[in-house]
Design a protein around this ligand. Structure first.
Ligand code: IMP
Ligand code: MG
Length: 183
């Protein structure tokens, strides 16, 4: 049991043990689906970084890692709708099997934009894995190929997800107390 910043949380949504167990299952499923193939794992910075490193270590297929900085969020808890690419991947994905690793799918605008952009580079295949999904919030037609947990429409932090850059390092996912937003 981890007590990092528990006092700032209204609710603990996913304990560390539950996250780790689910990642093991996802790793097994993904490894089976990509058996005999090499995968390019693309980490969407910064939120996916913790999930990415745990998921990668659960995979039993050959893979390479690359990183992309893209965001549709401002500094707060509401999507701006503006998708900005801060850092592109370094490798060519043409004819490669691409697995995009994201922390959470919310409005879906970020991944909608990103998948369109990456498709134009003609990968052999492209799939999305996200740790969390808030399908209630979707503003476009997109769904992850693999999803860790479907969660309610609440703003969550921890395990990579932040509020104003904070709480990413927590090993669990929680909902902040309202007073943390309104000091
Ligand atoms: P979308 O484009 O609205 O799907 O937003 C996806 C991005 O918004 C994610 O990669 C996160 O960085 C951020 N985001 C969405 N929901 C949350 C949340 O509940 N907590 C923290 N960040 C979030
Ligand atoms: Mg993100």
């Amino acid at each position: 049991m981890c007590a990092q910043f528990y006092e700032d949380m209204e609710e603990i949504l996913l304990e560390s043990d539950a996250i780790q167990a689910r990642i093991k299952e996802l790793g097994e499923q993904i490894s089976a689906d990509y058996a005999g193939k090499e995968v390019i794992l693309i980490c969407i910075l910064k939120g996916a970084v913790i999930f990415f490193s745990d998921l990668a270590r659960s995979l039993k297929v050959q893979c390479q890692m690359d990183f992309m900085g893209i965001s549709s969020y401002g500094d707060g808890t509401k999507t701006s709708g503006i998708v900005r690419i801060a850092k592109d991947i370094d490798c060519s994905i043409t004819d490669k099997h691409v697995l995009i690793v994201e922390d959470i799918m919310d409005s879906g605008l970020t991944l909608n934009h990103l998948t369109q952009l990456l498709s134009s580079r003609n990968p052999a295949s492209m799939k999305i894995v996200c740790l969390l999904d808030k399908p209630e919030r979707r503003e476009c037609v997109i769904a992850p190929d693999y999803c860790g947990f479907i969660i309610p429409n609440k703003f969550v932090v921890g395990y990579g997800l932040d509020y104003l850059g904070r709480y990413r390092h927590l090993s669990y996912v929680g909902v902040l107390k309202p007073q943390v937003y309104t000091p």
